[in-house]
Design a protein. Structure first.
Length: 222
């Protein structure tokens, strides 16, 4: 199958399998959020407030339990990401420093979480050249930056569509192709489509693939 048949399509497959289909430097930008290996796929991972003892899932966020976040991807996956793309931006870059080259420009997402157990920020490794840049977008449990147009929380590590859109807008141009080999519930695809970019991605879980398909049928969100 030609790799171009992967474009703008929900691909249920393994990330490494998809990456091996793509020729060198065919992708303009990889923007992805790989598993961090910290157990975020466990229902009990997401904490609420300052409680002690066993953590509980935040009320209303009923994610299914699975094992996709038991470990980080192998180094060969990151090698393939670097091979197929011209530029890369990877969420959770601090978890992959042993698998990626040194970065000249990190991005910081300030979640504006306040004084609680949620992380204050997330770090994004990039292949870009330039100074550190910060994106501020409130994202703490059910509280979001844009409460009138809230993102439904489909996935335990889901990122805001508007945040992903800002990054895509800053580091790519219309008509270019964005790749996310760890698509989850389809946020990168939704944001890329909103901004007239082509997108490629994959997800192994059939349920998340169906959510992704449904999100791509929705109207533009911003």
């Amino acid at each position: 199958m030609s790799w171009k048949k992967l474009i703008n399509k929900v691909n249920q497959m393994d990330a490494l399998e998809l990456l091996k289909m793509i020729p060198d430097k065919s992708i303009d930008l990889v923007l992805t959020d790989p598993p961090y290996g910290i157990g975020a796929s466990n229902k009990n991972f997401i904490r609420k407030g300052k409680q002690t003892g066993k953590s509980k899932c935040v009320s209303g966020l009923n994610y299914k339990e699975s094992d996709w976040d038991k470990k980080t991807p192998e180094k060969k996956v990151f090698n393939e990401i670097l091979r197929v793309s011209k530029e890369q931006i990877i969420f959770g870059g601090n978890y992959f420093t042993d698998k990626l080259p040194q970065s000249n420009q990190w991005l910081v997402w300030d979640k504006n979480t306040g004084n609680n157990l949620y992380a204050d920020c997330e770090l994004l490794w990039t292949s870009l050249k330039g100074a550190v840049r910060k994106y501020k977008y409130t994202w703490k449990g059910m509280v979001q930056e844009d409460m009138k147009n809230k993102d439904h929380r489909w996935h335990p590590t889901m990122k805001p569509v508007k945040l992903i859109g800002r990054i895509i807008d800053d580091f790519s141009e219309e008509g270019q192709t964005i790749l996310d080999p760890f698509m989850g519930s389809g946020t990168t695809a939704r944001a890329a489509a909103n901004l007239n970019r082509n997108w490629i991605g994959c997800e192994l879980d059939a349920d998340y693939c169906e959510i992704w398909r449904e999100r791509m049928r929705q109207q533009v969100l911003f």
